[in-house]
Ligand binder design. Sequence first.
Ligand code: AMP
Length: 433
Amino acid sequence: MVIGGGGREHALVWKLRQSARVEKIWCAPGNGGIADEAECVAIEAGDVAGLVAFAEKMRPDLTVVGPELPLVNGIADAFAERGWKIVAPRRQAAQLEGSKIFSKEFLLRQRIPTARMYGAFDSAAEAYAALAGVKWPLVLKADGLCAGKGVVVAKDEEEAREFIARSMEQGELGVGGRRVLLEEGLDGEELSFIILTDGERYAPLVPTRDHKRVFEGNQGPNTGGMGAYSSDELLPERLRERILGEIVEPTLKGLASEGIPYQGFLYVGLMLTKDGPRVLEFNCRLGDPEAQAIVARMDFDLAEVLKDVADARLEAGKLKWAAGASVCVVLASGGYPGRFETGKRIEGLVTGVRNEAGVGGRTGVCVFHAGTKRLADGSVVTTGGRVLGVTAAGESLAGALESAYKAAGRIRFEGMHYRKDIGMASSRSAVGD
Ligand code: AMP
């Protein structure tokens, strides 16, 4: 069973289905593309009680969780209590993502390199007062889950005050915004480093970089992610060693020493500063759209490896990766990340595009669905802001980009927009991108 219904989950389902060990996949709730490859079940990802009731009936041999909400809601604890296999961290460990303050305090306790903290506040008055003693730019973070809207890089006091007012006084971000963390703004390139761990052993996945801003050249508001790419060149060997030694291993050891064993995917968001890598954030899951780019380079049986993780016997050597590069270009609804309409019919989704040679082969393209629904007449319509993730692998980044953009050019729906500069040099800079 795969939990979630976005592009990341479509990529997971697609890869899991290639395993000879997999007989049947359920996906809750799934989407219009996942419905082609798995049985979609109408249970929301955050509904732990509903998922438990379903698993009680169907008894999947293994459950894999995509998004963060079920983790924070305790799905791993509920499954573990019943002795069911699941790849997901427990509720307490998921606080690394669920509470930015918890995660920052953990990093500081364990002396893991991260941005300096000015303070964590639950009163707006105290947060305003603290602004007198900070340097600019300042980063303000809502403590809880805020669907990607909880962080602001403020260049001056006015911007900082505005965020504090919206988050702490007007309650615009919901309960997640009641407490706010202030930290130093860091400068450098960002890198996502994701590992898979069974609590003791771990295996790094291929490095990726995502593009959060809606427009080319890293302009416009932040989104859930407009694209991502993976290439070995993103991460020189020495830097990789440094990240493993200074960040990943101390994190896993630190968690274990504090009695918070961690199992599943751990996403470390890093800023590569001139003084070395610094942790910006943890996510307790694969990123979306990073997952699509990562899956595109997987040259191993994902079902077998995930089963190993659930059985606490991960063998890092089993994770083999296609050389070269991969890319995922997100096709979004008109107006996203602001208001957008749904129900637009998607044209050009012929099977030939969807599974052209199969990613994993060298030049394959795969269109992973995110916000889509299949109607009774077989047509596919939009249901969300991020609609499709056109994903390609290639021997080089240029080759992967060419395949992905060629396939993207054949797809149409009213209002569709996408960035034309995913993975390109011009889009690889700037804080907050
Ligand atoms: P987070 O959810 O904590 O990763 O924050 C979202 C985005 O805000 C990151 O991907 C960065 O682009 C930016 N960001 C977060 N923390 C910092 C920081 N200390 N300095 C500069 N940018 C940051």
